[in-house]
Design a protein around this ligand. Structure first.
Ligand code: BJW
Length: 240
């Protein structure tokens, strides 16, 4: 039997052991910041300085040499590179830890559906570019020189996630779906498992059962750095 087309969905839990906060855990970002103040287009229109401060702090964390991809990021990079059928890694994370682990041809199999902390976009001229430094309302756009229009290239509530066409095509063909380190509370990603019901084998790998754990065919719970490498090695032994 040939290997099934694979989709892997990841969330903040996969980066937790690298030192990045999740959103909805008790010590997560939403315990310290109000979603409506920092993660909506309305928040950016109302108080861009506050939104820039939130994302500047998180962008600075990615420059910290202590923040590195962990064993789970590396295991998924190996899995995607070696998978003998189409494989797509869809991450909800805006950090670059999958990118760093997936250097080489496998990098084309990675899709950041909620954008990237390391990219910015100008609301005035539409130009997007990589950006590693702080942003402020005074930062001029390098392309059109207008200040005040630059925003983090991330997907806020009420905005359309990126790459949905490619994701929907992959969901059509998917035979194996892994959901890793996500609470499954944010749509459309939260709806993928239900959309695949009866068509693909679905597996949850998470620290603890998510609210939607009953929707999956199987689940393994524990820290990503332990559960993910073990599960990925088993898959590769079975299918390669
Ligand atoms: C570990 C671990 C360890 C910890 N090891 N595990 C249908 C119904 C209801 C509402 C809606 C709906 N459709 C749309 C909506 C509205 C809205 C929505 O979903 N609202 C809900 C809150 C109800 N969705 C949207 O607005 C989206 N847009 C949209 O739907 O457009 C319409 C459209 C769609 C498709 C086609 C055409 C049109 C946009 C959502 C944008 C979300 N943005 C954010 C911020 C991004 C920028 C930033 O980072 O600041 O994305 S919010 C935040 O949540 C972030 C995350 O990517 C996302 C998901 O969070 P995640 O990753 O699951 O983290 P946590 O913290 O929730 O969970 C971590 C998990 O890890 C936990 O389970 C832990 O146990 C676990 N864990 N340590 C393994 N060591």
């Amino acid at each position: 039997m040939s290997a099934p087309p694979l989709i892997i969905l990841t969330g903040a839990g996969i980066s937790a052991e690298s030192g990045l906060s999740t959103f909805r855990d008790p010590d997560g970002l939403w315990a310290r910041h109000c979603i409506e103040d920092v993660a909506t287009p309305e928040a950016f229109a109302h108080d861009p300085a506050r939104v820039h401060a939130f994302y500047n702090a998180r962008r600075a964390q990615l420059r910290d040499p202590a923040i590195q991809p962990n064993a789970a990021h590396h295991a998924l990079a190996r899995l995607v590179a070696a998978w003998p059928a189409p494989a797509l890694l869809v991450t909800q994370n805006v950090d670059d830890l999958h990118d760093r682990a997936m250097a080489g041809p496998a990098a084309g199999s990675l899709l950041h559906m909620h954008g990237e902390l390391g990219r910015i976009r100008c609301l005035a001229c539409g130009t997007g570019r990589r950006w590693a430094e702080d942003l402020s309302t005074a930062t001029p756009c390098p392309a059109c020189r207008q200040a005040g229009g630059l925003r983090p290239d991330v997907v806020w509530f009420g905005e359309v996630p990126l790459g949905m066409e490619r994701i929907e095509e992959a969901l059509e063909d998917c035979g194996l779906f892994l959901s890793i380190g996500t609470s499954g509370q944010v749509y459309p990603a939260a709806g993928f498992v239900a959309a695949l019901r009866g068509r693909a084998r679905t597996v949850e790998l998470n620290l603890e059962p998510s609210a939607g754990t009953h929707l999956f065919d199987a689940a393994e719970h524990g820290p990503a750095t332990q559960v993910v490498p073990r599960f990925a090695e088993r898959l590769l032994a079975e299918w390669t």
